[in-house]
Ligand binder design. Structure first.
Ligand SMILES: NC(=O)c1ccc[n+]([C@@H]2O[C@H](COP(=O)([O-])OP(=O)(O)OC[C@H]3O[C@@H](n4cnc5c(N)ncnc54)[C@H](OP(=O)(O)O)[C@@H]3O)[C@@H](O)[C@H]2O)c1
Length: 254
């Protein structure tokens, strides 16, 4: 099969997705900052007779991404697929809002994905084949309370991938945009379950299926997608009323 360059492979959905893709026969270039976690992932994949290499990289550092792509191609051959899963957010509070926080979240989610695309796209264009996959979020559908940075950054990721999807199709390169709802990536008995939250294993099984089918767009779970889509067409006053007070609380300084 092919070679997949997957970021955010040290934990959560990226790690689980890397294992699913390896089981489909993909050779995996597993990328993240925490190398020891990548090393254990590579061992786990090898035990299942799969092939993977661990590559330490901060996706916000463009030079590091370019060097990592070169190293991955030296060890595994030309890369057929990018799965840009590295990402995440920070809660935003009106009392502590800074432009620097917004930039930081954009640098990881948008900049990190764009750095990987810039490094991989010329080779794909030259070969006339390839697959770009990005993990955005249902949070991209609209602004959520306490998520000014994350909702904005994921909306940017979604729109960037949709633009590229249209532009790259005639060039033989597929684009898949994935928008998960809430996924439980860190087991925590204490934390309250979020609406329609999925376990990481179930979520990544669905994501793997969408990737292998080269779907253009995959958002899940359906009830949350529907709720988010309805949120786009109701009056803004109703949207605000429904979501008021639903955001995270700023912890008082003690
Ligand atoms: N969990 C959810 O409910 C949910 C819902 C919708 C979308 N998502 C999206 O799904 C993706 C995975 O989320 P998750 O919940 O699985 O999060 P997670 O467990 O926190 O994993 C995030 C991954 O991103 C990597 N990462 C973070 N900063 C990085 C950097 N600068 N350079 C390279 N790698 C970096 C982390 O690895 P290192 O720390 O080792 O670098 C880690 O492997 C994210 O894009 C997230 O926004 C999550």
């Amino acid at each position: 099969m092919g070679v997949t360059f997957i970021t955010g492979a040290s934990s959560g959905m990226g790690r689980s997705l890397a294992k699913h893709l390896a089981l489909q026969g993909e050779a995996i270039a597993a990328v993240a900052r925490r190398k020891p976690l990548l090393d254990t992932l590579v061992e786990e994949i090898a035990r299942e007779k799969g092939r993977a290499v661990a590559l330490e990289c901060d996706v916000t550092e463009q030079a590091c991404v370019f060097a990592t792509v070169t190293e991955a191609e030296r060890r595994l051959g030309s890369i057929d697929r990018l799965v840009a899963c590295a990402g995440g957010g920070e809660s935003t509070f009106v009392e502590t809002f800074t432009a620097a926080q917004i930039s930081r979240v954009f640098a990881l989610n948008v900049g990190g994905t764009a750095n990987c695309i810039e490094a991989l796209l010329p080779g794909m264009l030259q070969r006339g084949t390839g697959h770009l996959v990005a993990v955005s979020s249902i949070a991209a559908y609209g602004g959520l309370p306490g998520a000014a940075a994350y909702s904005a950054a994921k909306a940017a990721v979604s729109n960037m991938m949709e633009s590229l999807r249209i532009d790259l199709r005639p060039r033989g390169i597929a684009v898949t945009l994935i928008c998960p709802g809430f996924v439980r990536t860190r087991p925590s008995a204490k934390k309250k379950r979020k609406p329609f939250q999925l376990e990481v294993e179930k979520a990544t099984r669905l994501m793997c299926r969408a990737i292998m089918a080269r779907k253009r767009y995959y958002a899940f779970p359906a009830p949350l997608v529907l709720a988010a889509a309805v949120g786009r067409v109701v009056p803004a006053s109703l949207y605000d009323w429904l979501l008021a007070g639903q955001g995270p609380r700023l912890k008082p300084v003690t």
